[in-house]
Design a protein around this ligand. Sequence first.
Ligand code: SF4
Length: 370
Amino acid sequence: MAVNELLAQLHEVAASPKKQLDKYLAEGKKVVAVAPVYTPQEIIHSMGLVPMGVWGADMEINEAKKYYPAFICSIMQTILELGIKGEYEGVSAIVIPSLCDSLKCLGQNWKYAVKGIPFIPMTYPQNRKPAYGVKFTKACYERVINDLTVATGAQYSAFALAESNKIYNEHNAVMREFAEVASWAPITAAQRNDVFKSAWFMLPEEHTAIVKQLNAELAACPKDENKVRVLVSGILADSPSLLKIFDDNGIKVAFDDVAHESRQYRTDVPEMANPLDALAQKFADMDHCSVLYDKDKKRVDYIVEQAKKHEAKGVIVLMTKFCDPEEFDYVPIKRACDAAGLMNLNIEVDRQMVNYEQASTMIQAFKEMF
Ligand code: SF4
C-alpha cells in the first residue's frame, strides 16, 4: 500500500475512536478504557480484552464542572465529561492510574459520575525502582487482574501474558522505528500525530502491521530537509489547529518527548521467568517522564540529548494548562536548553483552546529566529 493510503487509514482511526469502539464491540470483543499516562495494557490484552486509550477531547466542559474545580487539567475534565455524556457506552471498565493528583481525583469522581462503567484503580509506587517498589507494582497489577475478572469475566493466564508482552514489545520497536524514520521523512506534523494517536484505538498487532509497512515506505522517500527542525515536549500534542500552525510555518517535528506519543514506547518488558514480574520490572525501568519520580530530573538531559541527536534547532514545550508535573519540569528544561544553545518556546495548551492566534504568532516569531 502507498504511503498516502496507509496514512489515510491511520487518520481515519485517529479521527473516529467511537467507530473503532463500535467495530470491536460488533466483533463480540470486550473493551477496557485506559486512562493516561501508563496503564498495564499488556495485562488487559492478555485477558482477551481490547485496551482503548482515553485522553479526553477538544470540547466544551459542562457536566464535569460539577465534580472538578476549574483549575484542573482539561484532559481529566473532558474524560469525565465524555463519560457522563455516554460516549464510552459499551466499554466494560476503565483503568485509571494514580500517577498525578488529577488522575487520583478522576478515579474518585468517575465512581460517582459514571455509574455504568466500573472504575479499576492502578496505584503505582512513588519509588518504583527498589525491590519493594517492584513488589508493590506487581501487587497492584494483581489487583487490576482481579478487578478485570470481576468486571468482564475474563481470566488471567501467565502464558497469555508472556505472549502479550512480546506483542507489545514488537509494537514498541515499530513505533520507535517510526519516530526515527518520520524525523526525516516528508510527512506533516498532523500525519505524524495520526500514527501515534491511532495506536490508542487499535489492537497493537493490527497497528504494528500497518506501521511496519509505513516505515518501509517512508524510509524509501527522499529526505525532508528544508524545514525548521524541533523537538516537541509535553503531555499531549494532538490539536489539529496547532499542528496546522506547525505545518503552515514549515516546522518539522524531528523528535518528541510527548507522553501520548514516544514516551509510551521507550521501555520494553524484559525477559523474565514470570511475565508479571517482568511487567512490574518494565515500570521500574521507565524514566525521563514528568509523572515518574526522579529527583535528578534526568529527563532534562534526555531532551537536550535527543534534540541534538535529531539535529533539532529548538525545543517547543506544549504545556498542558494546570499540569503540575510538567510545570515543575519546565524551569530546568529551559535552563538546559539555554545552556545547550537550543532555542525554546513554551506554549500553554488545553482542550478548550479556540483561539490559536497567540500560539500562531509565537511559532511564527520562533521560526523567524533561525
Ligand atoms: S499528568 Fe498532567 S496532563 Fe496528565 S493527567 Fe496529570 S495533570 Fe493532567
